[in-house]
Design a binder for this molecule. Structure first.
Ligand SMILES: Cc1ncc(COP(=O)(O)O)c(C=O)c1O
Length: 410
């Protein structure tokens, strides 16, 4: 059949006329295929999936009930546009109660979004023209970088290294990059490293932003999931609102990934530009979902309970991994354990974390996510599927045994 002319119409940003013909297989597709292969090779063997990046449980019963009630009300049926006031007010109270952030203007400094992923995708629309830069932590959640590039901008990678507590080294950024950058993207608690930011780091970042005329976008998707410390908001640090916004999500904090609800809070000019762009992309999240979100924000103890579960699981994972030779430590936040990838298993050498991760799936039916951006690391998520504490112990102990049997070298 003659090639369709449609192939010639694709925009360059998605590959132009080579779109769909790329034979390169990307990391997550490789993991998916390796999992399928492992299941075929060992049909009777339970596959332990430590690769998932989303909660294994449903939203709290009362949040589901709030949605059930609200979705039956006629007044909630229409376009929500840039959001309902009740949610904005609940955000203001939540930021005070959980993070001690006060003085947020309900009208000008808060807006909902249909998850934080679209918010991150839209921010470059408001700021990035051809040649403009975004300073982006690596490894990191790639959405803001992708859209920066789609707008003709450039991504400048800031490696997250263990020796710096997985915080970017702002002093190492080149003059040229400081000049062209308009956005510094941060994400704490961090995916995938599990690191949290300190107040001192945020202070430094705010000073850096002011000196170099750039904005800070702090992705707080895991904000309230912290262990042995109080959650810290970027906005609680003096001067933060002069330069930045923080994006909070209901996905991980409230087990609401599929519901698609988040909020952007902070600098009024940035919120206003985001609102303008957003209004041209979507018509807001279903009001009933926003109202269920209000219930959730009024009950931060839901998140605290979820964090207790993850901490328990992470502790079990640390023990299991260390029994097999890893150097795992309890992360300060998020639900991820980020550990140095093994260099070998018996006589088999690994050239990368991706190699090691592939081996663990095929040989031990253990799925992880590899990162090779700044050193070779594996990410184990505490959201693996297990029913209750005894089952969590069974899964993690079995993982430890399987890993030990591989004779890993580091
Ligand atoms: C760092 C980070 N930001 C944002 C998101 C997206 O979250 P949401 O469900 O709010 O779009 C994720 C999801 O994995 C994430 O890890």
């Amino acid at each position: 059949m003659a090639e369709s002319y449609i192939q010639e119409l694709f925009a360059k940003r998605i590959g132009g006329n080579t779109f769909g013909k790329d034979t390169k297989i990307y990391k997550f597709e490789k993991i998916k295929r390796a999992k399928m292969a492992a299941r075929e090779k060992n049909p009777g063997k339970e596959l332990f999936d430590f690769g998932v990046g989303e909660p294994d449980e449903m939203a709290a019963d009362m949040v589901v009930e709030a949605l059930r009630i609200e979705c039956a009300k006629s007044e909630n049926r229409g376009y929500a546009d840039n959001g309902i006031d009740e949610l904005k007010q609940a955000v203001v109270r939540y930021m005070d109660k959980v993070f001690g952030v006060t003085g947020i203007d309900t009208d000008k400094e808060v807006i909902h979004s249909i998850g934080s992923k679209p918010a991150l995708a839209m921010i470059p629309e408001a700021f990035i023209d051809k040649g403009d830069g975004v300073l982006m932590t690596a490894p990191g959640y790639p959405i803001i970088a992708t859209h920066t590039e789609w707008n003709g901008g450039v991504t400048i990678k800031l490696p997250l290294l263990k020796e710096n507590g997985f915080l970017p080294d702002l002093d190492a950024i080149k003059e040229k990059d400081k000049k062209r950058a308009k956005i510094l993207y941060l994400n704490y608690p961090n995916n995938p490293t599990g690191a949290v930011a300190t107040e001192a780091f945020y202070k430094k970042a705010i000073k850096f932003a002011k000196e170099n005329d750039l904005i800070i976008v702090q992705d707080a998707a895991y904000a309230a999931l912290v262990y042995d410390q109080k959650p810290l908001s970027f906005l609680s640090v003096e001067g933060a609102k002069d330069v930045g916004i923080e994006i909070h999500s209901f996905s991980k904090a409230y087990n609401m990934t599929g519901w698609r609800l988040a909020f952007v809070v902070g600098n009024a000019s940035i919120v206003s530009a985001f609102a303008n762009v957003k209004d041209n992309f979507d018509s807001g999240q279903f009001i009933a979902i926003q109202k269920a979100g209000v219930y959730a924000l009024e009950h931060p103890e839901i998140t605290e309970k979820i964090a207790v579960k993850y901490k328990r699981r992470l502790e079990m994972m640390v023990d299991a991994l260390n029994s097999a030779g890893f150097s795992a430590e309890l992360p300060k936040g998020s639900f991820y354990l980020y550990v140095n990838a093994p260099k070998r298993a018996g006589k088999v050498e690994f050239a990368s974390a991706e190699d090691a991760s592939g081996y663990l799936i095929t040989e031990a039916s253990i799925s992880t996510v590899p990162w090779d951006d700044a050193g070779a690391f594996l990410r184990f998520s505490a959201t693996f599927s297990a029913k209750g504490e005894a089952d969590e112990r069974r899964v993690t102990e079995e993982m430890g045994k399987r890993l030990k049997a591989l004779d890993l070298g580091f």
